[in-house]
Design a protein around this ligand. Sequence first.
Ligand SMILES: CC(C)(COP(=O)(O)OP(=O)(O)OC[C@H]1O[C@@H](n2cnc3c(N)ncnc32)[C@H](O)[C@@H]1OP(=O)(O)O)[C@@H](O)C(=O)NCCC(=O)NCCS
Length: 169
Amino acid sequence: MTQMVPIDSIAGEAVEQLLDRAFGRDRHARTAYRLRAGTHAIAALSFALVDGESLLGSIQCWPVQFDGDDGSVRPLVLVGPVAIVPERQQEGLGRRLMEAALAAAAGGPPLVLIGDPEYYGRFFGFDAAATAQWRLPGPVERHRLLARGANLPALPGVLGPRRHASAAA
Ligand SMILES: CC(C)(COP(=O)(O)OP(=O)(O)OC[C@H]1O[C@@H](n2cnc3c(N)ncnc32)[C@H](O)[C@@H]1OP(=O)(O)O)[C@@H](O)C(=O)NCCC(=O)NCCS
C-alpha cells in the first residue's frame, strides 16, 4: 500500500538516487537548481510516497524570491522536482504528490516551477502568463516557466534563491 510521508523521514541518498533515475545525473546543472542554490527544502511542503521500504516518488519545494525592477520583493515557493520511479509512472502518484504539496502550500506565497505546461497547466492550474519578464540565473524555455497563485508579480525582475531563507514556508 502506498503511503505519503514527510520527505525528511526518507534517507537523503535514496531521494537523490530517485532523482538521478528520473532526470539523469547531469540534473544539477539545470536552472531550477541554480534558483534554489543555498536554500533548504521546505519540510512542510516536501513529501515522499513509499510502499513498505520502497521509495516510489518525491516532491520538494524551495524558498525563492522575486526582486522586481520596481524595488518590490516577493517571496515565492519553487515547486519541484517531482519524480516518480519509471516503473510506477502513469498511476496517479505524481498527482497525489502535487496535490499534497499544493494543499500544504495553500495560503502561502505564490508557486513557481519549470516544467511541462501540458502537465502542470492541465492538472494543476499553472501558467506562464505572469512570468514573461522574469529573469533567471540560467537558461529557461519561457513557456515552461510556470506560476500559480494570487497577486503574482507580472513585471520585470529577477527570480532567485530567497535571502535569509528559513525552513518555514
Ligand atoms: C511527470 C511525473 C512526475 C508525472 O507523474 P505520474 O505519476 O507519472 O503522472 P500521473 O499518473 O499523476 O498523471 C498521469 C497523467 O499525466 C500525463 N502526463 C504525465 N507526464 C506528462 C508530461 N510531461 N506532459 C504532459 N502530460 C503528462 C499523462 O499523460 C497522464 O494523463 P492521462 O491521465 O490523460 O492519461 C512522472 O512521470 C515523472 O517522474 N517523470 C520523470 C520526471 C519529470 O519529468 N518530472 C517533472 C518535471 S519537475
